[in-house]
Design a binder for this molecule. Sequence first.
Ligand SMILES: [Zn+2]
Ligand SMILES: [Zn+2]
Length: 109
Amino acid sequence: MAARQLFAPGERDPCHICGKFKGISQAHHVVPLTAQYDRGFKYPDQECVSLCPNHHAIVHLFIHVDGRSMARPAMRARGRTTSALHVDLTDNEFDQMMELVRRSMRSPE
Ligand SMILES: [Zn+2]
Ligand SMILES: [Zn+2]
């Protein structure tokens, strides 16, 4: 492990959710910039985590950029789409996912 890190000094972080796909992980804004704008953040919050392309796409299915989409019918409709994805997630991965979703709902300080 240590030796491998030595040979790849510029390597990116592994996926926050599955801990894999180090080489192809993408930066994901914990609070999406569009959501920050909608909520009136004065300064953009640049807090990012690394996600593999797969989990990055899934996180965005769970994260909503405006308050309206958190309404119960919208959540239910989305549940049908996302329930198919749950089977691909381990319990731990699902917890990580939900933690990111919670953090994405932060309001400006
Ligand atoms: Zn992943
Ligand atoms: Zn993202």
